[in-house]
Design a protein around this ligand. Structure first.
Ligand code: ADP
Ligand code: MG
Length: 209
């Protein structure tokens, strides 16, 4: 269970807070979707939950344990918007093992299988994959680290209709094993599979029933 209590983010350089007293609970093996327009604070919230920025107020808990940014860096996996722009491995194998040279081929195979890419050769270049395959690979890169919560920033942005559908189906399958939090301005087919939905506007989160 991920639990956010009164999270605010108001860096000194900004006139208004970017996030205002956000409360959120996301149970294990659930898919949560936060919907909001551009500039509403979605990416900032994920950066805080991934331990890449620190809230100026409030607390984040996993079950009853309070988490520091360092804990969050270890517990959370984040798939950034357009993750394929940040690929730097020459092969799929290299991409999945970046920073984790200890990972064996079995773990790499397992991660690829989870995202339905196990039919590809390890030696394939990430740059030669289709847009939809690249998004799946970016997911595998995070899943191989076994995150407690997997967060995705605009996961379907820029995909064609059929790849969007496939990605939504994949997320629906992944939530049987993982806890997922998606932020997006365009939820589309994800809404079918969401267990909880929130709206965010100007840094204020409201639950959608
Ligand atoms: N480090 C920062 N300093 C000042 N303003 C920021 C910073 N990061 C984000 N912002 C501002 O916070 C607001 C929310 O941004 P963001 O989280 O990127 O929104 P979204 O992902 O919903 O489009 C925007 O107005 C943006 O300009
Ligand atoms: Mg954003």
């Amino acid at each position: 269970m991920l639990y956010l209590k009164n999270i605010s983010y108001h860096p000194p350089a900004t006139v208004n807070p970017i996030l205002k007293e956000i409360n959120l609970e996301l149970g294990p093996q659930k898919l949560g979707v936060i919907i909001g327009p551009s500039g509403s604070g979605k990416t900032t919230l994920l950066e805080i939950l991934a331990g890449l920025a620190q809230q100026t107020k409030g607390n984040i808990f996993w079950r009853d344990q309070e988490l520091t940014p360092l804990d969050l860096q270890q517990l959370a996996g984040i798939v950034f918007q357009f993750p394929e722009r940040h690929f730097c491995g020459k092969t799929i194998l290299e991409e999945l093992r970046l920073g984790h040279p200890e990972l064996g081929k079995t773990q790499v195979e397992e991660a690829l299988k989870e995202v339905g890419l196990d039919y590809l050769s390890f030696e394939t270049s990430p740059l030669n994959l289709s847009g939809g395959q690249q998004r799946r690979l970016a997911l595998a890169v995070q899943l191989i680290r076994q995150p407690n919560v997997l967060m995705l920033d605009e996961p379907t942005a820029g995909l064609d209709w059929s790849s969007r559908r496939q990605l939504a189906n994949l997320l629906a399958k992944l939530k049987e094993f993982w806890t997922l939090l998606v932020v997006t301005h365009d939820p589309g087919e994800l809404l079918e599979f969401a267990d909880s939905c929130w709206q965010i506007h100007n840094g204020e989160l409201t639950i959608d029933n």
